[in-house]
Design a protein. Sequence first.
Length: 206
Amino acid sequence: MQFRHLEKLPQMAHTNKGVIMAVGHLGNFEWVAQIGAWLEPYGVQSIHVYRKQKHADQLLNDIRQKHLSGYCEMKQTLRTVIRQYQQDIPTAYGMVADQKPSPKLKEYMWIPFMGQDTAFLQGVETIARKFNFPVIYGKMMCHKRGYYVTDIITITENPNDEPRGYITKRYAELLEENIREQPELWLWSHNRWKYKRTQTGNHSDN
């Protein structure tokens, strides 16, 4: 795994006490955790948010411990961010943001994506606005079998200056561009369109 265009990342994390790196289920997305080894010499911690798995959670966590990074379960995200923020610890938060929302959740918005109406979680945008964290997109590409490159693309350095919904929409645009360049990398089996708009209530597009 190689990372490109990382130059501004440590400064963002120190200036704002945090930065969010949003990625998708592309390629070996778990390897993005290796960014922690690059950030550590700059005094920036790395915490990657994961969704607890029903059957293989312990196995996955054992594998993750091999990386020089911290992890937190999705339900503990806000508590973890508050702790890091209050302790003045510059932190980069890695979030796989193309999860399909449960119909029980309230914070999601509908966006045209891959030719159809798609619900996107707004957790990245909500946390970014609450703490004024810059948001970047990690564009993952595969150059050859087992060799990946992640380009760092800035979505916004000032989330509260953007119109509401901008961060989520821009993330969806970058994700779609990423998928269309190498569609074989995306985890199509996670059934992104399991729930249709009529099944999830009348949530706002904005």
